[in-house]
Design a protein around this ligand. Structure first.
Ligand code: HEC
Ligand code: HEC
Length: 338
């Protein structure tokens, strides 16, 4: 490979320049790039968004927060094939991780929300998820003096609006990136950051064609592709993918390619949650997307590589939410459905 020759020449030159005592590391040129830590432009807004992310008072029942389905202790996912929503309803589709979601070209499996801010309004008012309304959520927050003061500090205005709520949630989510995966260290030139087996798995991942769809900083998230490219995907699930947004027949069964960052943590896999293990997911991808049946050894190597993609998980002090006031409506989770 031409590229590699050029890199090794550079590496040799760098070592010569640096002298014998230091070994200079050279960044590798690969179809996958390392994640950089988030740059926080507005820390006060991020803190507010963090509180809202954990606040169950945005839901009808008073029991469901964003973190309920995108648990930051478990890779930003709920590890369920279908999420549990308001009144124990079964979610319509596997919940994707919020980690590194800021890198997605659009949000949701079918990309129907253009960005994190637009997305964040959805679950609050979705009858199968948090089942509140924007009006109810905002008027609840408005009765909580701690929030009124904090919105004022962040937005310079007393009025809480759904627009400000979703802006703060998005600002928090933008910080949920996971740098420093062992694979990133290897990309940056640390030869010992991944084992020989993991490296073998990566070469296979790259050279067999997985990188056609899983590439870039997020190793996915940047395109819509057909699930079942070479062989149809068999599922009882009714999701049709991107066609629901574009209404174009060629977009049937096109889904946003999921990020493979932290994929070890975000089982089960696929939009229907049908693959419970990474080995299963890799086997299905090989057969359906590449027309290739991996041997057990090859599958194990790729899985080993995928596990090097786990980065630094969000880590912060538990947010302390401002208490309700006497005026805050008390939730009635078990109220009869109207
Ligand atoms: C009841 C479970 C549940 C709750 C609560 C929930 N979500 Fe989700 N979330 C999902 C599911 C399921 C999807 C995928 C829906 C789809 O693609 O059609 C999703 C998708 C997303 C995505 C898009 C990720 C991607 O890769 O496309 C983001 C971001 C997100 N949710 C953030 C939030 C925020 C912020 C909140 C709180 C305001 C929240 N979610 C509350 C289940 C939930
Ligand atoms: C033609 C594009 C394409 C190729 C090539 C491809 N994938 Fe995928 N991959 C996708 C899409 C689209 C999905 C989501 C499918 C769904 O859920 O319906 C996906 C999902 C996955 C998932 C599950 C992620 C999750 O969070 O649910 C894994 C793991 C995965 N791919 C690994 C691989 C591996 C390993 C290869 C190579 C053997 C590969 N992919 C090749 C497009 C592709």
């Amino acid at each position: 490979m031409r590229k590699q020759t050029r890199i090794s020449v550079l590496a040799v030159a760098a070592v010569l320049i640096a002298g014998c005592a230091t070994v200079a590391s050279t960044a590798r040129q690969e179809p996958i790039q390392p994640i950089e830590p988030a740059k926080v432009a507005n820390p006060a807004m991020v803190e507010l968004g963090k509180k809202l992310f954990f606040d169950t008072r945005l839901s009808r029942s008073g029991g469901i927060s964003c973190n309920f389905c995108h648990n930051l202790s478990t890779g930003g996912s709920d590890n369920l094939a279908a999420s549990i929503g308001d009144r124990w309803q079964k979610g319509g589709i596997n919940s994707p991780t919020v980690l590194n979601a800021t890198l997605n070209i659009a949000q949701f499996w079918d990309g129907r929300a253009k960005d994190l801010k637009e997305q964040a309004g959805g679950p609050i008012a979705n009858p199968a998820e948090m089942a509140s309304t924007h009006v109810a959520a905002v008027s609840t927050l408005q009765t909580i003096p701690g929030y009124v003061a904090e919105f004022k500090q962040v937005f310079g205005a007393e009025q809480i609006t759904i627009d400000r709520v979703t802006q703060a949630l998005a600002a928090f989510e933008e910080t949920l990136v996971t740098p420093n995966a062992r694979f990133d260290k290897w990309l940056k030139g640390d030869d010992n950051a991944i084992t020989e087996q993991e490296q073998r798995g990566y070469i296979l991942f790259r050279d067999s064609g997985c990188v056609a769809c899983h590439n870039g900083v997020a190793i996915g998230g940047n395109s819509f592709q057909k699930m079942g490219l070479l062989q149809p995907y068999k599922t009882a699930h009714t999701a049709q993918g991107r066609i629901d947004v574009t209404k174009k027949d060629q977009d049937r069964f096109m889904f946003k390619v999921p990020t493979l960052r932290n994929v070890e943590l975000t089982y089960p896999y696929f939009h229907d949650g049908a693959a419970s293990t990474l080995a299963q997911a890799v086997d299905t991808m090989g057969k359906l997307q590449l027309g290739r049946t991996f041997t057990t050894q090859e599958n194990t190597d790729i899985v080993a590589f995928l596990k090097t993609l786990t980065g630094d998980q969000p880590s912060f002090a538990l947010p302390h939410l401002p208490p309700s006031s006497d005026k805050t409506p008390r939730p009635d989770p078990f109220a009869k459905r109207k």
